[in-house]
Design a protein around this ligand. Structure first.
Ligand code: GLA
Length: 396
């Protein structure tokens, strides 16, 4: 039995009716490109957020989480933030968006358990939103059309709902994104929910954030290792939103719909139309989108050394131009680069703390992790527990 189910049973005293889970994600390449309509390479990883649930008849929603004390109780007709339980905002935001799309649901009990570290840049918020939307789908089946809820799909002989279609996954991702930007207040892109929904075991997703298409390419035989810096920055949302604002004002000043439409030559020729920070952010995003195109080719040709070089270059660009790194992340990348088994390393996710992703030759993974842990502790006094991640299927 999964942990969320066990937690449900312990807390509510009976067996839950449904159990869904959504994986975290790792951005392999493409830092802050998603909200610029750019390209990203991403993976769903074997860190999950699970929700076990069962319906109630009184219209109340009762939620407990293994990560936070107490429980959150509210009516299924009203979603208000509770400053004492900000973790529940992601759930309320998703429920609010479901309502806005005409999805019918009433009260339920739910228990949440997650192995995705919070605040490490591994997509824990999106996994919670995705799992919430799938929980409601399990409790009160519906389809999500362009304009909102439509009649539910037929269950199979075992009473199961069919998996979401690709179009529906995109609509679910948009819903989760709206929850995050409108309810929680982080003006992020669609990378995290798309990755959690579209994940494919052993494959890298290439996400095109202008056309919302996802393609997959196998990545076999190398270890993906996450190093969590242990730095959790406060006010990250404000700094993230500020980078987005700079990118958008840069695009506007260049007369472009988004930075996706700008190439390096055009940017250089029109530099005088931007202030220094706008230029730096645009320089990063334009270069990063090009790197993703090149990295995809390296991946298809199984040239992992070359792919790794793009990871290092990406980190340097984030650090110097976007300026969303910090000394601990820089140190992690520097230490990784010094190890012969490491193909590439970079900060992953929003930045300002969080984690690095490392592409390492499989047979050197153990040695790499020891090297990173001992060196990082020596240099910073902080403990480091590198984790090997498997690439897994998306939410279900
Ligand atoms: C966070 C956001 C994503 C994306 C990354 C940076 O993870 O949630 O939408 O912008 O940062 O690439």
């Amino acid at each position: 039995m999964r942990e969320a189910e066990q937690l449900f049973k312990r807390h509510f005293g009976y067996t839950p009716a449904h159990d869904v889970r959504a994986p975290g994600r790792l951005e392999l390449l493409g830092n802050h490109t998603d909200y610029n309509e750019g390209l990203v390479l991403s993976l769903a990883i074997d860190k999950y957020l699970g929700i076990a649930s069962a319906p109630r008849t009184d219209g109340k929603i009762k939620i407990i989480s293994s990560a936070f004390p107490g429980r959150e109780i509210f009516w299924s007709s009203e979603f208000k933030k509770n400053p004492a339980a900000p973790w529940a905002d992601h759930i309320k935001g998703a429920l609010d968006q479901l309502r806005k799309r005409g999805v019918h649901f009433t009260g339920f009990n739910a228990a949440i358990h997650s192995t995705i570290p919070i605040g490490a840049g591994l997509g824990s918020s999106a996994a919670l939103e995705v799992a919430t939307a799938l929980t409601v789908r399990a409790l009160h089946p519906f389809s999500l059309g362009e304009t909102g809820a439509t009649p539910p799909p037929k269950r199979n002989a075992r009473g199961e709902l069919p998996p979401l279609t690709a179009d529906e996954k995109i609509r679910f991702a948009r819903l989760c994104h709206a929850a995050e930007s409108q309810f929680v207040g982080v003006n992020c892109g669609l990378l995290d929910p798309i990755s959690s929904l579209f994940g494919k075991a052993w494959h890298v997703m290439s996400i095109d954030c202008r056309f919302y298409s996802v393609e997959t390419t196998p990545l076999l035989g190398e270890a993906i290792i996450v190093c969590e810096s242990g730095v959790k920055r406060e006010l990250v949302a404000g700094r993230y939103n500020e980078l987005r604002r700079l990118c958008e004002s840069a695009a506007r000043a260049l007369g472009a719909k988004s930075l996706r439409s700008v190439d390096a030559k055009f940017l250089a020729a029109n530099r005088s139309r931007l202030n220094e920070r706008e230029y730096q952010c645009a320089y990063h995003v334009v270069g990063e989108i090009q790197r993703v195109v090149a990295a995809e080719r390296a991946l298809r040709e199984e040239d992992l050394r070359q792919l790794g070089q793009y990871l290092f270059q990406s980190h340097e660009s984030s650090r110097d131009f976007l300026q969303n790194s910090c000394s601990e992340l820089d140190l992690l990348v520097e230490l990784a680069r010094a190890h012969p088994g490491c193909h590439g390393a970079r900060l992953t996710g929003g930045g300002f703390g969080g984690a690095t992703i490392n592409l390492v030759a499989y047979h050197q993974a153990g040695n790499f992790m020891e090297h990173m842990a001992s060196q990082y502790e020596q240099r910073t006094g902080r403990k480091l527990a590198p984790v090997v991640c498997q690439i897994v299927d998306g939410a279900a």
